[in-house]
Design a protein around this ligand. Structure first.
Ligand code: BV8
Length: 254
């Protein structure tokens, strides 16, 4: 690590030590080091092979439920086979460090892979749902299918004759859950430190959280491999990998 990065990490650690409330937003980049493909990375962006309009919208599901459920089941199995990486584990430790001294810590993720939960994070708000949960398209009832591929696509619903299952995720054009948005409105505007990690900051309303945090007076930090629309507006923007930088920050807290 170069001297500039070390100095940035020290500043961030000092701010976290003094913070009453810390909020984190993560995106696909934090799971990239677990082998889960991101959506927009120039090298291997998941969307490169697929057109989001054909796969991640309710219209696409209505038009072609076979392809959409096949793609999500393929991703689901990839997520189940993946392991949390150093970035996920560092955030679980960060939550403990903030909580143990009476601070508040909330982790919002755009990811649907459940790796934050598996890394030990306790309070995770899944803004875009979860790919390991599927729901009956008729009744809205949820199931967590076993860790093997569905036998047929679209998968049959166990709740209603002739019904089908869809992934319990938020598609483009679908509203985020009120519960998730209320959690965000509750803590983002008044947090002391806001991290935006491994996200291209292009998908709303999540991409707007960092602006709301800054307006509320938070010290804002971005850690992302590429520059993003958020980079120019945060207090510290680090071009780096979450799996390397986050553990270095947590190390300085002890
Ligand atoms: C809604 C589903 C309203 C599950 C996803 C305001 C302005 C503009 C547009 C809108 C707006 N409001 C609404 C919209 C429309 C739309 C939107 O934002 N469109 C964008 C594309 C312009 N938003 C919506 O439709 C949202 N709904 O607002 O509803 C409404 C209200 C009432 C009633 C009806 C409707 C819903 C958005 C949710 C969409 N669903 N996922 C799934 O398939 O997974 S979004 C999808 O993109 C994923 O969740 C993903 O997480 C998310 C964001 O992408 P990123 O996580 O940022 O991933 P990306 O690949 O882009 O970037 C990764 C970054 O990591 C890169 O920059 C890379 O450099 C970096 N990186 C890589 N490796 C590392 C790393 N960084 C650090 N370390 C590394 N190792």
């Amino acid at each position: 690590m170069n001297d500039e990065l070390i100095a940035q990490i020290d500043v961030i650690a000092d701010r976290v030590k003094a913070a009453r409330s810390v909020v984190v937003l993560t995106g696909a980049g934090i799971s990239a080091e677990s082998g889960i493909r991101t959506f927009r990375d120039t090298m291997e962006g998941l969307w490169k092979e697929f057109d989001p309009a054909t796969l991640a919208t309710p219209e696409a599901f209505a038009r072609d439920p076979v392809t959409v459920t096949k793609w999500y089941d393929w991703r689901r199995l990839g997520c189940l086979a993946a392991e949390p990486n150093a970035g996920h584990l560092a955030l679980a430790r960060l939550e403990q460090r903030v909580r143990v001294r009476g601070g508040e810590f909330t982790l919002f993720t755009q990811n649907v892979d459940r790796l934050h939960h598996r890394a030990g994070s306790k309070d995770v708000v899944e803004l875009h749902g979860s790919i390991v949960e599927w729901r009956c398209n008729d009744t809205g009832k949820l199931i967590e299918p076993p860790p093997e591929a569905f036998e047929e696509y679209p998968p049959k619903s166990p709740f209603v004759k002739g019904g089908i299952l869809r992934p319990n995720v938020v598609w483009f054009g679908e509203a985020l859950s009120e519960a998730a948005l209320n959690r965000a409105f509750g803590c983002v505007p008044k947090c002391d430190v806001f991290f935006t990690l491994g996200t291209s900051s292009q998908v709303h309303p999540a991409a707007g959280f960092v602006v709301v945090a800054a307006r509320g007076g938070a010290f804002t930090v971005e850690i992302n491999k590429d520059a993003t629309p958020a980079s120019g507006g945060v207090d510290v923007s680090i071009r780096g990998s979450t799996g390397e930088v986050l553990p270095a920050i947590v190390e300085r807290l002890s």
